[in-house]
Design a binder for this molecule. Structure first.
Ligand code: WQD
Length: 321
């Protein structure tokens, strides 16, 4: 098989490319470089620069590279931005996906792996979120991911594609310092930024119904996310009838306060102590995956803990700052 990895020059995409090539898969990258960078593309891996909104480009790339499978990671993923710009998010994440699926069907591509997100669940009121937990997204970003899953599922059934939608929980860490996330939109880099500026890390609320009052999340190393993609791709390659929706998480909740303590320990920047601020609107108290289905379907389980995530993320931060 030859896999087209859309968004393969991005933070998560470059890790998926690394895992799949090291796993012996042939890959081609399509990326518009709006957030991805050429530096993340390994030597020898073809890079096509452009957007999934460009149908003519898709037809050429699928044909010239004889693509037989697609891993679709390209998309916009900032929750707050999606609230301000729903039209942009639906165009990029839903119209882009629809365009890609139409090109895939016309080109005879038979495997499709879709990057989804735990944000499809919204505010799940359960201890562990299973794939059967009701999906009530709280943001246009989450809506686009849920709509994307429906689109993938319907097109797969109608046109005989083996499909998998992978719901990422909170991604952190890096396989190498060079591949670390350059964005400062999530907890770990946001705390790095504060600590290295001599400012107190901010904890967005400590009055939630959780053990220490701060929000609990399921942090997952990006290398584990990538190895799950390789396992899913191999399953699609061997099972033409596959139609999977899978959580990718560790199944273990960690609170904001616990994460900040790990970050201050690993960075060695113990001061200033974190300050409690107002809640951030839209934050669920707890979102932690049940990882049972991916274990049963793919024989996959996460291997890295939060200390490994923070240590590797910090190596990337210090490389760039
Ligand atoms: C984690 C926790 C914050 C910064 C989002 C998307 C999700 C996925 C991951 C794409 C929350 C708290 C944060 C800070 C804090 N993205 N926090 N102080 O919101 O759980 O998930 O990103 O798929 O779809 O919804 O991640 O990293 O923004 O926040 O207290 O300086 O840390 O309130 O509880 P989130 P996050």
């Amino acid at each position: 098989m030859t896999w087209l990895i859309t968004g393969g020059a991005g933070y998560i995409g470059s890790h998926v490319v690394k895992a799949m090539t090291e796993g012996g898969e042939r890959v081609v990258i399509l990326d518009d470089l709006s957030t991805g960078t050429k530096e993340r593309v390994p030597d020898g891996i073809p890079l096509e620069v452009g957007t999934v909104l460009d149908r003519a480009l898709l037809d050429r790339v699928l044909r010239e590279h004889a693509i037989t499978g697609i891993v679709h990671l390209a998309g916009k993923k900032q929750v707050a931005e999606s609230v301000a710009r729903p039209l942009y998010y639906y165009r990029e994440n839903v119209e882009g996906l629809r365009n890609l699926l139409a090109a895939a069907v016309d080109a005879g591509v038979t495997r499709f792996l879709f990057s989804s997100s735990a944000s499809v669940y919204g505010m799940p009121d359960v201890d562990l979120v299973t794939e059967d937990t009701p999906c009530q997204p709280m943001s246009p970003y989450g809506e686009t991911k849920l709509a994307g899953e429906w689109l993938v599922s319907s097109v797969g059934a109608a046109h005989g594609l083996a499909t998998a939608s992978l719901r990422y929980f909170n991604v952190a860490g890096a396989a190498t310092p060079e591949l670390a996330d350059e964005g400062v939109f999530n907890l770990v880099p946001m705390v790095f930024e504060r600590l290295t500026a001599g400012e107190a890390p901010r904890v967005f609320g400590d009055d939630y119904a959780t053990p220490d009052g701060t929000c609990v999340r399921d942090y997952i190393h990006v290398e584990d996310i990538a190895s799950a993609h390789l396992a899913a791709a191999r399953r699609l390659a061997s099972d033409p009838s596959a139609a999977l929706v899978l959580n990718i998480g560790r199944g273990e909740g960690v609170s904001v306060s616990e994460m900040v303590a790990v970050i201050q320990d690993i960075t060695g920047i113990a001061e200033p102590a974190p300050v409690i601020t107002e809640r951030r609107p839209g934050d669920p108290a707890r979102v932690v995956a049940s990882a049972g289905r991916i274990r049963d379907e793919l024989g996959w389980a996460a291997r890295h803990d939060v200390r490994a995530m923070v240590t590797s993320a910090w190596s990337g931060w210090t490389l760039r700052h």
